[in-house]
Design a protein around this ligand. Sequence first.
Ligand code: NAD
Ligand code: 13P
Length: 396
Amino acid sequence: RRKHKVTVVGSGNWGTTVAKLVAENTREHPDVFEEEVQMWVYEENVVVPSDSPHYDPAVGDAPQKLTSVINKYHENVKYLPKIKLPSNVIANPSLVDAVKDSSILIFNLPHEFIGNVCKQIKGHILPFARGISCIKGVTVTDDKVELICDYIGEILGIYCGALSGANIANEIANELWCETTIAYNTPPCDQRLTNGVNGAHGAGVPVRFPKTKLTPLPEDYPPLDHGEIHKLFDRPYFTVSMVSDVVGVSLAGALKNIVALACGFIEGHGWNATAKTAVMRRGMLETIRFAQEFFPESIQEMTFWESAGWSDMIVSCTSARNWRYSKMAVERGVSLQEIERTELNGQKLQGISTTKEVMSFLRARGREDHYPLFKAVEGIVDGTFEVKDIPMLFRK
Ligand code: NAD
Ligand code: 13P
């Protein structure tokens, strides 16, 4: 029988970390997965610094292709330095070649790039491929807000679930324990009588499909349901909980980035933990309000108690990049965009674009005043609202 071939689409800080842990698991489960894991890399030139163990005097400061460096040294020197990758992670600069023949596609890149990536791979993937999106963000037009996994599913005509949790890539890459949440609603056409069905946890959640008819996973592939997805991602240092609420997991992961910016602003201004918890509480209320208002048929409030919910809110508001660099922006008195440009070495702050996208959607519907914290964050990013005025939002 055939095996699942896995591709990670994206190779930033989180993309490379997920490629590492997934490749450890494909090695451990050779009956289910092909050992080699393809990792698509947005190709760029890098200079290996002279203090790196991978510095080659013969090459010196000459720029080298990031993919060649990753495949030679098994390290993503730009986005995940000092972490050894398993040798079965293969960096590939060709998107179409990287996804070819893969039955499992793991999407892991900043959300602003997903549209372009989907356009390029449409028609080049297996028709029965299945996706997991590790992306935190939403796609928005003035009249529509879409989960990234639904967007991927619709464009590619495949089923796509979502992975999201309180996950700091560098910690997980160093194998410091944490947990995560994966929402995956095994499509009925993939369910097999001999194997497990969806966990009881998600009972009652309607399955979200692409509108096109799904091509079933062929019988000569191992099944793909909660059991196999768990096998692919769960590590001793990365505890996976499987659920079926794709909406709750996706929205919590996307909207917490707005709240993380608010907490960074608060701390940069000089307030401390008590002020931040007030902002987190308000941010979670607006998140749940948004989910209930725009996805009323699918939302399960218990999801906000999973790692993808409160845990991610807390970690994002106390130690992740959106918090860290928005704090720095206020402390230095410069814009967040400026900090992203000068301090992040190519990494992205998802909160900036998510705030703008969510607010443009709310404004188009005349709903912006029902989300005062999100609106204030937009104002701070644009320079039209002052951090010192945040407490006013809490006065009824
Ligand atoms: P990153 O910010 O570290 O890296 C940016 C990536 O974007 C790089 O791989 C770069 O090559 C790529 N890129 C730049 N221009 C591009 C283009 N035009 N087209 C395609 N790719 C381009 O990325 P990340 O941290 O891996 O983030 C990916 C997703 O994972 C985000 O949605 C983020 O919210 C989420 N996430 C991140 C972490 C974390 O700790 N880093 C944890 C959980 C979730
Ligand atoms: P940042 O992108 O702000 O680092 O967030 C990482 C994350 O999603 C933590 O769970």
